[in-house]
Design a protein around this ligand. Structure first.
Ligand code: 13P
Length: 245
């Protein structure tokens, strides 16, 4: 099922409290109503779990769909502190980011990402598998090997049979939140390399994307969208970014 050509995912991380999340969602909704945006662009917002149901309510009957920043693989049980995929699904969640570098830094391994990805797929949702190299790997020209090692383990035993069922988000760690986006031509090369191995995966880029540079990335061959952190925290900036993508 081909229901989008390009996807823009807002990752709000742990930046907004519940009240501000709702306010931000309402502003985005209002601005999207006022602006004409390509119908083939899928817009996803991933709020914090605390704000998830409130934000889902705001976006009900709009074109914005909900994403989760993480999730646990089990539906129910004695798993203190975890969040059930099934419950998220009930609230309208369609996409689940896994293995974001900020989660990997807190101990999330490729093996955990792989288990969670399988659960996400089994629930009929779309995993957004985040990969990307740290600066020290880039400096020794090892970015590709590093990313492929992450992908091989994170996607072990997952056979992507259809388009849009698995998204790979390439986010070089050194480009996240630094204002120092990767050169688009370098992003293009990495996307090509990923696509040549994972032909049916949708590949997107994240790392210091702003309204002013978004099109440099979205116009690249084979790229299918963007994962946006900082620039998604202001409604006007985010909608501007979507318009320019
Ligand atoms: P920035 O857009 O703030 O660099 O964050 C990128 C990111 O981590 C999205 O998941």
């Amino acid at each position: 099922m081909q229901d989008w050509e390009q996807i823009i995912i807002a990752n709000w991380k742990m930046q907004l409290n519940v009240q501000d999340s709702v306010k931000q969602a309402k502003q985005i909704k209002k601005l999207l109503d006022k602006n004409s945006i390509n119908a083939a662009t899928k817009i996803v917002v991933a709020p914090s779990f605390l704000a998830f149901s409130n934000v889902a309510e705001v976006f009900q009957n709009t074109r914005v769909v909900l994403g989760a920043q993480d999730s646990f693989e089990e539906d129910k049980g004695a798993y203190t502190g975890e969040v059930s995929l099934k419950n998220l699904q009930t609230l309208g969640c369609r996409f689940v980011s896994l293995g974001h570098s900020e989660r990997r830094a807190l101990g999330e391994t490729d093996e955990v990402v792989n288990r969670k990805a399988k659960a996400v797929i089994n629930h009929g949702l779309v995993p957004v598998i985040c990969v990307g190299e740290p600066m020290k790997e880039r400096q020794v020209h090892n970015s590709e090997d590093f990313v492929f090692r992450q992908l091989e383990k994170s996607l072990a035993d997952i056979h992507i049979k259809e388009k849009h069922k698995v998204i790979i988000a390439y986010e070089p760690i050194w480009a996240i939140g630094t204002g120092d986006a990767m050169d688009p031509s370098e992003v293009g090369k990495m996307i090509q390399t990923i696509k040549s191995r994972y032909k049916l995966a949708s590949v997107i880029y994240g790392g210091s994307i702003e309204p002013d540079n978004v099109h440099e990335f979205t116009k690249l061959k084979n790229i299918e969208g963007a994962l946006v952190g900082g620039a998604s925290l202001d409604a006007k900036t985010f909608v501007e970014l979507i318009k320019k993508a």
